[in-house]
Ligand binder design. Structure first.
Ligand SMILES: NC(=O)c1ccc[n+]([C@@H]2O[C@H](COP(=O)([O-])OP(=O)(O)OC[C@H]3O[C@@H](n4cnc5c(N)ncnc54)[C@H](OP(=O)(O)O)[C@@H]3O)[C@@H](O)[C@H]2O)c1
Length: 391
């Protein structure tokens, strides 16, 4: 179990839940960061007494500096601030709860300082997973998944093969991953019925209360596509070793089929607090403050194949996963920009796929050897989307 945490994205959905879990476990909070929500960040700073806070937006950071002038909390800004929060010598675990590829550089810096990474920010692994996992292995840094599906897979693999099982290597007892998916708020609908979906409708998820970007990704099924690539990187498996299964009740958070045909599942209430806590206490388990599963009131658990025709983002992500190179990175960046434009009502719901697919087609490339190639591909994809939409 870790003793202190830096929470990158502490004002978001995962970040707030992480702060509550850290308080419950009695962990020291070393650093907190946000993009621009300074009011909440100030409240968190006064409650958790971190030594350092960072706000990505410069002007918001200046406002926070003034607000916290009566404390001894240091305030940083921009990418430099995120990097400092990720590498403080007084922290032993960095929770990456920012949304988007902005999490990549701080994650790599924390890995180089051998921090434990409690990884919520899946975009980092989609964008540059091979480089990140290679670096983690070279530096001896632990990457523990926070995403509920990947935490479930990790828990199912723990204690099998080498003990404790670590991410980044293929577990010798693993045959296949069964990645579960709620199906999102529009499961069962035709693509032709989705063109006038509004941001308010798209962010209303039936099972999980999440940030806006991941909620839209869940509605398009891009989230499952990102998780597909995340699972390949974390567990060192091929695309053919992962099957996506729609399980609308979200009670089973994912499963593994072992080489002898046994299937192991991880079940729990749909509450992100549980995988967050496990990432902080691993390899131990500690009592938690969360609800328990009541099997007598569960009802039926159902499973079906995902609808790749009406929700083509998942197919696109699987294709990009197979192609490798910069395809995942380009897809991730284009999707991120398209989702932001959709949330600002500058793009229709179905256009998120159209624009992302067009960007992948135009810019995806086989070579992704260095971080510079990845970062260039990421910014070219964002530029392409904005040129295309004229936004
Ligand atoms: N929510 C979930 O249940 C869930 C489950 C599994 C995985 N995840 C993953 O966890 C990550 C966070 O998701 P979330 O739902 O917690 O998102 P969220 O509620 O939107 O929170 C995002 C956090 O990141 C900060 N942030 C956003 N853009 C930033 C930037 N450019 N620079 C620095 N900080 C920035 C935000 O600051 P402000 O508040 O100032 O904007 C906020 O603290 C995502 O990668 C998501 O895919 C989330």
């Amino acid at each position: 179990m870790v003793e202190s945490v830096s929470i990158l994205g502490s004002t978001g959905s995962i970040g707030r839940q992480t702060a509550a879990v850290a308080e419950h476990l009695g962990l020291r909070v070393a650093a907190l960061t946000a993009n621009r929500q300074t009011e909440l960040l100030e409240q968190q700073a006064r409650r958790f007494h971190p030594e350092f806070v960072a706000v990505y937006e410069e002007s918001a950071a200046n406002a926070l500096k003034i607000a916290l002038a009566d404390t001894d909390v240091r305030v940083g800004s921009g990418m430099t601030g995120l990097l400092e929060a990720a590498t403080l010598s007084s922290t032993d675990c960095v929770v990456t709860a920012v949304s988007g590829a902005v999490g990549l550089k701080p994650t790599l810096s924390a890995i180089r300082e051998q921090k434990r990474i409690a990884l919520a920010n899946k975009e980092t692994l989609v964008c540059a997973g091979e480089i990140v996992m290679r670096e983690a292995e070279a530096c001896g840094a632990e990457i523990i998944p926070v995403d509920s599906e990947h935490s479930a897979i990790f828990q199912c693999l723990s204690g099998r093969g080498e003990d404790p099982y670590r991410t980044g290597s293929r577990n010798p007892e693993l045959k296949k991953i069964l990645l579960t998916c709620s199906g999102g708020p529009f499961r069962g609908r035709q693509r032709s019925e989705l063109h006038d979906i509004t941001p308010a409708q798209a962010v209303r998820h039936p099972r999980w209360n999440m940030g806006a970007k991941i909620s839209v990704d869940s509605a398009t099924l891009m989230n499952k596509g990102l998780e597909f690539i995340e699972a390949m990187r974390l567990f060192a498996v091929d695309p053919d070793d992962i099957t996506v299964l729609v399980h609308p009740q979200s009670v089973i958070h994912s499963m593994v089929e072992l080489v002898d045909g046994t299937v192991i599942a991880q079940l729990g209430v749909p509450d992100m607090g549980l995988p967050i806590q496990y990432a902080l206490t691993w390899p131990q388990r500690m009592p938690s403050m969360f609800d328990r599963l009541d099997f007598t009131s569960l009802g039926a658990m159902t499973f079906e194949a995902p609808d790749l025709v009406n929700f083509p983002c998942l197919q696109l992500a699987q294709d990009c996963a197979r192609k490798g190179g910069t395809f995942g990175c380009v897809m991730n960046a284009a999707n991120e920009e398209a989702v932001h434009l959709f949330l600002k009502e500058k793009l229709g719901f179905n256009q998120i796929y159209d624009v992302t697919a067009e960007t992948v087609e135009a810019l995806g490339a086989d070579n992704a050897d260095t971080l510079d190639v990845i970062l260039d591909a990421d910014s070219a994809a964002r530029h392409f989307v904005h040129e295309k939409i004229g936004a």
